[in-house]
Ligand binder design. Structure first.
Ligand SMILES: Nc1nc2c(ncn2[C@@H]2O[C@H](COP(=O)(O)OP(=O)(O)OP(=O)(O)O)[C@@H](O)[C@H]2O)c(=O)[nH]1
Ligand SMILES: [Mg+2]
Length: 615
């Protein structure tokens, strides 16, 4: 078989935080792709603000390096389950994977998910036991666990015979033999890639390139990224775009770019086996194949994960709207959502009414990242609580169910089981070792909303918490939601320390003295199960006389600040999150108490029922 011996395509896959992006950094630095000032930064590829702040990869990225005359295309993938759909698609571009596993943590749920995908595609794995520098590393045990996982997932004989490297990506080294080799370079990893990952198959004939991921530019619109599977892609030739439904659309490329180092370089043609980005193809989508006009033969279709969760995005109508944002109208929100849906196929939206959009995605984090980006770009909006997308199959309502893994010190297993059990979670596996217990559950996505905060609090922050979509199953019974009521501001105005101090026994606050509040804003959590309207603006009556001893110093507990995800998971059906560049606030949908009373029986599920789909 002929191969393109001067190219290798690999994807780096792992559970979240096992060190993928840091390892790519080490490769880029040691091959001098980045130098000088830039080389001192961590996680070079996590280039957008949110990725940097959160320390996670949100979008998979392509880079390339050259080693011994071979161009290695490296695809960094996100480890978080909400972005798992991307991983599956980008694996279509690779011939092999670097499976990274934290040598202390061992294989985790996302390790299993991504490895399963890679093995099914017949990709050749190289195992990298990473973070060997950690004192708690236990590489021998972890290696056994990984062997078991390969066997369980039905790896072929050839795949089971994977090469193993030991590495500390952060310290920039990888070795084949942990006892003997010097720990000073990442090059052994690159050597292993050249040795074990097959070169792309050379298939001469009419060109075929399948789009496996998307990008977006304000100038040229959607950009399709993929691999040339057959023939040579020539920028000057007229081509046809064969859609997944086999419609054939003639098209002309505006430009092609290949991945060179950290950037992209315009190319006249791209050879078989290489990866590239095509600009200017009208209506390009995941799974489409570019072919010659007279030979429109598509590649196998790619199925996309359907969204499981949706939220309503609305224009901000809270008091003081427009005070910090630039983009306020439904037109602005519609355009922004359109742009996002061009870039991110896992995200869809529909306009439900004037200024109201139902936005659907793969999880709370997925949608929260969009809200956070919009807020920073100057948008103001309100968001309703996440709802799972229910589908009807043969007349029975089905809901998404997920696998949940919680890893805690042994003494906390009780509270975890209790909390998960209350929300219809069923334990499927439990394993205790070295003072920690790992429990696996299946649980409806509905039950997961808001559960993380509960479990983290119940375990004093010690729990490791991961979940990922499993399947749709018949709808279970009701799941208890938030048990506590909230404290609601009675008036508009700045919160006074005196008032907060007096209300401290009623619950805890999401605001600090001096924060601007409005009527109907949720300012805290009530210690009881009902909502309570409180006056947080009330100041101390001033008198001429200073009574000795009564002016005790006020000691208001600092506010509990919810992150955007926490806020979205916290609110009930009749509540909203208000996101503006200046603040994230919680509020009642109906700001006035009389309206809340009048609408006590309001059916908040209307929109959900309206669009229940067939499976
Ligand atoms: N001790 C140790 N820590 C490491 C090593 N490599 C990475 N880390 C740390 O692990 C954390 C996660 O690293 P990333 O490279 O962002 O992990 P990732 O796999 O890209 O994470 P996602 O993209 O979010 O899935 C960071 O805090 C790193 O500093 C290593 O070799 N040793
Ligand atoms: Mg990363």
């Amino acid at each position: 078989m002929n191969t393109v011996s001067h190219i290798r395509n690999i994807a780096i896959i792992a559970h979240v935080d096992h060190g993928k992006t840091t390892l790519v950094d080490a490769i880029l630095r040691q091959l001098h792709v980045v130098e000088g000032e830039a080389a001192t930064q961590d996680c070079l590829l996590d280039s957008n603000d949110l990725e940097r702040e959160r320390g996670i990869t949100i979008l998979s990225k392509n880079v390339s390096v050259r080693h011994n005359g071979v161009k290695i295309n490296v695809i960094d993938t996100p480890g978080h389950a909400d972005f798992g759909g991307q991983v599956e698609r980008v694996l279509n571009m690779a011939d092999g994977v670097l499976l990274l596993v934290d040598a202390a943590e061992g294989p985790m749920p996302q390790t299993r998910f991504v490895l399963d995908k890679a093995l099914r595609l017949g990709l050749k794995p190289i195992l990298v036991l990473n973070k060997i520098d950690k004192p708690a590393e236990r590489h021998n045990e972890v290696l056994n666990e990984i062997f078991d996982l390969f066997v369980e997932l039905g790896a072929s004989h050839d795949q089971l015979d994977f090469p193993i490297l030991y590495a500390a990506g952060r310290d920039g080294w990888a070795v084949r033999d942990l006892a003997q080799d010097p720990r000073d370079s990442i090059l052994p990893l690159l050597d292993a890639i050249l040795e074990f990952i097959p070169a792309p198959k050379l298939d001469e004939g009419p060109v075929q390139m399948q789009i496996t991921s998307l990008d977006y530019s304000d100038y040229t619109g959607r950009i399709g990224i993929g691999r040339v599977r057959r023939g040579t892609l020539d920028a000057s030739r007229p081509l046809a775009l064969v859609k997944q439904d086999r419609t054939v659309l003639p098209c002309k490329l505006r430009a092609i770019f290949t991945f060179e180092g950290l950037g992209r370089q315009e190319a006249v043609h791209v050879e078989c086996g290489d990866l590239c980005a095509v600009h200017g193809v009208e209506g390009v989508d995941i799974g489409d194949t570019l072919t010659p006009v007279d030979y429109p033969e598509p590649l196998d279709p790619i199925t996309l994960d359907a969204p499981t969760l949706s939220m309503m995005f609305r224009i901000n109508d809270s008091p003081g709207f427009g005070s910090s944002g630039k983009y306020l109208t439904s037109r602005h929100i519609r355009e922004r959502l359109f742009r996002e849906s061009q870039r991110d196929v896992a995200l869809t939206f529909e306009e439900i009414g004037e200024g109201s959009f139902k936005v659907s995605g793969r999880g709370v984090l997925h949608l929260a990242v969009l809200v956070e980006n919009m807020r920073r770009e100057g948008y103001e909006l309100t968001i309703s609580r996440p709802r799972v997308i229910v589908k009807t199959k043969e007349g029975v309502r089905h809901e998404p169910v997920e696998t949940l893994l919680v890893d805690v010190p042994d003494e906390y297993t009780g509270p975890v089981i209790e909390n998960v059990g209350k929300r219809q979670g069923a334990m499927t596996r439990m394993h205790a070792a070295a003072g920690r217990t790992v429990m696996e559950f299946t649980i409806p996505t509905r039950g997961l909303i808001g559960l993380r905060t509960k479990v983290i609090t119940a375990t004093s922050g010690e729990a490791i918490f991961h979940h990922r979509f499993l399947h749709y199953a018949p709808m279970r019974d009701d799941i208890p939601q938030r048990l506590n009521g909230v404290l609601i501001s009675m008036e508009n105005g700045k919160a006074a320390a005196y008032a907060l101090d007096g209300l401290q026994d009623r619950g805890f606050f999401f605001i600090d003295p001096g924060d601007d509040c409005y009527e109907g804003q949720i300012v805290g959590e009530h210690s009881k199960d009902n909502d309570l309207v409180v006056n947080v603006q009330r100041g101390k009556k001033l008198t001429n006389m200073r009574a000795s001893g009564s002016d005790r110093k006020l000691q208001v507990a600092p506010a509990t600040r919810l992150s955007l995800e926490e806020a979205l998971e916290y609110i009930n059906d009749d509540e909203l999150v208000e996101a503006t560049p200046a603040a994230v606030r919680l509020r009642k949908h109906f700001l006035k108490e009389v309206d809340r009373k009048r609408n006590r029986d309001f059916d908040w599920t209307r929109t959900e029922k309206g669009s229940a789909r067939e499976l």
